[in-house]
Design a protein around this ligand. Sequence first.
Ligand SMILES: [Mn+2]
Length: 306
Amino acid sequence: MIVHHWDTDGITSAAIYIKIQGEDENFTPKIGNFYLDDEDFEYVKNSEKVVILDMNLPEAAKLCKYADVYIYDHHRATKVKCAKEHYNPYLKGINYPSCTTVLMERFSYPPDYLVALGIVGDRGPDVKNIEEWKIIEKVLQSERLSLNDLMLAVELLDSSFRMNKREEVIENVHLVLQGIKDVLESEKHHKNLEFISREVESWSMRAKDFGRYMYLEMESPYMITSAVTRRVSWRTKKPTIVVNHKADRDEFYIRFPNHKHSAIPLIEFARNMGYNAGGKKEVMGAILPKGEGEKFFARILEVLKW
Ligand SMILES: [Mn+2]
């Protein structure tokens, strides 16, 4: 069984693995959970072989008691010693732009649209500035695609998780295996995308200008907090903080558009407070217990001395 991230890189990584190894079942954790909850764990542990793709699951070591565990990933991680294989260049301090490029290297898989989609999915429009752009250019030529086709296909595949459609994420692995055309022409994905775009647009217009930064408190059940944050900060070119109050949690995002600040100390700060937080230099996302958004926001302002 393959357990993969719900985003485009996770979906295309699962597709590549199926092509190489002919695995027959794929699964994604409950959307928004970067871990297996009890129900997911009970389900996954029944397989003899579990392949984890594009996720750093905290339960990986616990799974070794039940299954042969294989991990292919590019996130920050520490070695899972009991795994049959844990292949992640990050363990040697090397950053890969996507899990699809990790699989490409490990299995000598030739660069194709699946690899390219994974890179574009994780890196966004700045793929032109990274070394792997060479891979994408080659794929675009040989498969007669444009970068816009790839970017649209990413948005369509990601629209499933943004709308919390877990079953659709699982089906997307098989859709993308049929070819990128099938993704680009999928009516239900276009419908998702229209809905999501409207939702992101209307929330992002409500952000308030606090001079030094933009701030928005929102309430949407969809996985759009990071997209809304990005939209506001790209439009205003200001640091942007968004708190999304969901049914069972508060989601916190901060994004710095210019390189004047780093989110890395904020990630450390949130983790030290015991929260589930992640990100990179320009962005942090944190999952907070319901109702703790504002309090956390105030602490972040203190840390930033704003
Ligand atoms: Mn990834």
